[in-house]
Design a protein. Structure first.
Length: 339
């Protein structure tokens, strides 16, 4: 554990980021063999060409890919695992209900007795966890907090024609960031938002027991442990909420879209992303996408983008960046940073 900083004022900085993508690729051509679909349909409706899948034979699990991403983030920050005071793992694909994935990641990486807790907010998980981590550091109780956004959703997909509306979208990935205190109080979150609407739960859910299915679920398609998504409803929710959220967050910070150096958005569907980009008149170079290569990686999506952007030099100190996500719950969240 690192020594505490002198009392406030203090800011928060992104000290390091990392990510891990499993090496197994599921291409649209693979999907064509498993279900009635086509590369052309998938690219046109989603923008996705391929997504990654864990390899159990290589020992890849939610925990192992989280450890890989976090260890890269710590290296990038020049910190040791024992420098972490707290670890938050955002995921909906934990291996067990108990213990939490965060406890196992903390143990595997050698983080000693740091606090460890999981957070469940589907595709918004990393952004929620980032907002919590920021407040823990800003408030002075913790100096260095690690956040992992990870999901392994390919085992929850129904790779057949009945499941094609969902199975084409999702891939596996982990991303991580390490947040730490700085004596420069101008650095950190300028505005953030976290919302939910439980009325929409049945548009995206993973049933564990027969009673979990909504009453109107197709009786012939009730398989436990798989993800169900009403694509049309999620699309309608996402396309409006995503744009409202950007407007709300900019408004809270008293900023305009052109003041933001980089938008780091949840990669759900290229059409949803493009609608937002066009509405705010954001140039392509400030609106990163990697959905074509990795698909929708749920809680892994935003931190993978963040790390790719930082490592390529497109995100750096002094900039303003806006993290935005939405997903199951339903949930939506944002985090606007002064780096
Ligand atoms: N390949 C070929 N045809 C498919 C298909 C696939 N993979 N998936 C669905 N279809 C068919 C449907 O069966 C339907 O056929 P019908 O008209 O004969 O009934 C037709 O295509 C249209 O289906 P629909 O579900 O309305 O398609 P869509 O245009 O809404 O696209 C999604 C489906 C999933 C791509 C789209 O709804 C979507 O992206 N939704 C948002 C999902 C999302 O972002 N989720 C994550 C939130 S974090």
């Amino acid at each position: 554990m690192t020594p505490p900083l002198p009392s406030s004022p203090r800011g928060v900085r992104i000290a390091g980021t990392g990510h891990y993508l499993p090496s197994n690729v599921i291409s649209n051509k693979d999907l064509e063999r498993w279900m009635d679909t086509s590369d052309e349909w998938i690219v046109q409706r989603t923008g996705i060409r391929e997504r990654r899948r864990i390899d159990r034979d290589k020992g890849e699990t939610t925990t192992s890919i989280s450890v890989a991403a976090l260890s890269r983030a710590l290296d990038n920050a020049g910190l040791k695992p024992t420098d972490l005071d707290m670890l938050i793992v955002a995921t909906v694909s934990m291996e067990m209900t108990c213990p939490s994935t965060s406890c196992r990641v903390a143990e595997a990486i050698g983080a000693g007795a740091c606090g460890a807790v999981d957070l469940s907010a589907a595709c918004c998980g990393f952004v929620y966890a980032t907002n919590f981590a920021h407040e823990l550091v800003k408030g002075g109780a913790y100096r260095t907090v690690g956040v992992v956004g990870v999901d392994v959703l390919t085992p929850l997909m129904d790779y057949c024609t009945e499941g094609r509306g969902t199975a084409i979208l999702f891939g596996d990935a982990a991303g991580a960031a390490v947040y730490t205190a700085t004596s420069d109080p101008s650095k950190g979150i300028l505005a953030q938002a976290m919302h939910s609407d439980g009325h929409g739960w049945k548009h995206l859910y993973i049933p564990r027991e027969p009673r979990d299915f909504p009453e109107d679920a197709d009786p012939n398609r009730r398989k436990l442990g798989l993800m169900y998504m009403n694509g049309r409803e999620v699309y309608k929710f996402a396309v409006t909420k995503f744009q409202d959220l950007i407007a709300q967050t900019l408004d809270k910070a008293g900023l305009r879209a052109e003041d933001i150096d980089q938008f780091v958005c949840h990669q759900s569907n290229a059409r949803i992303l493009e609608a937002a980009r066009e509405r705010f008149g954001i140039p392509h170079e400030k609106f990163y996408t990697n959905i074509e290569r990795v698909g929708n990686t749920s809680a892994g999506s935003v931190p993978v983008c963040l790390d790719e952007l930082r490592r390529s030099g497109r995100i750096h100190d002094g900039q303003k960046i806006l993290l935005v996500a939405f997903g199951g719950g339903l949930t939506w969240a944002s985090s606007l940073w002064q780096l």
